[in-house]
Design a protein. Structure first.
Length: 269
């Protein structure tokens, strides 16, 4: 996994580890985990292995370390595929930065704690009292659980779950890591060369509440630029800013919003 020595930051959700008592307690954790991830395993031994930290295993091969190795690859592939499909306008560099932020230990640890996977870990007695244990182990179990679902249910079983669990992380990474400099670049250009500040106007929205698409235009003074569609308002504003920059530079529009663009947005919505 990226940056193996990185620990969860202070802003992360607190980790809650529970010492194991007996096999019955482990069974309870397995049931709790299946409820959390909304998936019932055909082979529960996979989940038991995914939840077992090396301190609670009879040997290293019985711990979740091998599953973590596979889960890291599955998570990376699923996120890359997701970003490739969802953000066709982003170049390889932008996609790499977003992906790195989404699959980082910090991100996976936040999601694991948000889900409550930390309460499902099977650990050896005394681990919670050992101040030197790496808090990153909760991000490791996130990857091992992904691998277990992948092995038990296949690609379809894990794909939508990853997208559901990591949607907030992707949105945050796109905003801070991806091609989110369009709005900043447009603002700098407008203030420097036009003595004005751009604003963004909602032109239209379409689709059901759970999957809307938004058409937004950048406006500078009296000039309104070609609007652009996005699956959320932040993305639409970024794309609208990109259109405005292209028009100001007399370049082809990256996000034309004519009839074809509207049809595409409505179909995806």
């Amino acid at each position: 996994m990226n940056s193996p020595d990185q620990l969860l930051g202070p802003e992360s959700t607190s980790v809650h580890l529970i010492d194991d008592v007996d096999a019955g307690d482990q069974d309870a954790k397995i049931r709790r985990c299946q409820d959390i991830i909304d998936y019932q395993f055909s082979d529960e031994t996979l989940l038991r292995a995914a939840l077992t930290h090396a301190s609670g295993a009879s040997n290293r091969l019985a711990s979740n370390e091998r599953l973590e190795f596979l889960g890291d690859a599955v998570l990376g592939l699923m996120v890359c595929e997701w970003l490739f499909e969802e953000y066709p306008e982003y170049n390889e560099g932008d996609l790499t930065k977003i992906k790195s932020a989404v699959v980082s230990r910090r991100s996976c640890g936040r999601v694991a704690c948000r889900l409550g996977l930390d309460r499902c870990l099977i650990v050896g007695r005394g681990v919670t009292r050992n101040r030197s244990y790496p808090r990153s182990l909760v991000s490791d179990v996130f990857e091992s659980v992904i691998a277990a679902i992948y092995l038990d249910g296949g690609r379809d079983a894990i794909r939508d779950r990853i997208r559901d669990w990591l949607q907030d992380e992707v949105d945050a990474a796109v905003e801070s890591q991806g091609a989110s400099n369009y709005k900043s670049s447009l603002q700098q250009h407008a203030q420097r060369d036009l003595a004005n500040t751009p604003v963004y106007q909602l032109v239209r929205e379409t689709g059901p509440d759970h999957r809307k698409a938004f058409l937004i235009a950048a406006v500078i003074g009296d000039q309104s630029f070609t609007p652009a569609w996005g699956n959320n308002k932040k993305d639409a504003e970024q794309r609208a800013a990109a259109n405005a920059l292209a028009e100001l530079r007399e370049e082809p529009l990256p996000y034309p919003s004519g009839a074809a663009g509207e049809s595409s947005a409505e179909t995806s919505a």
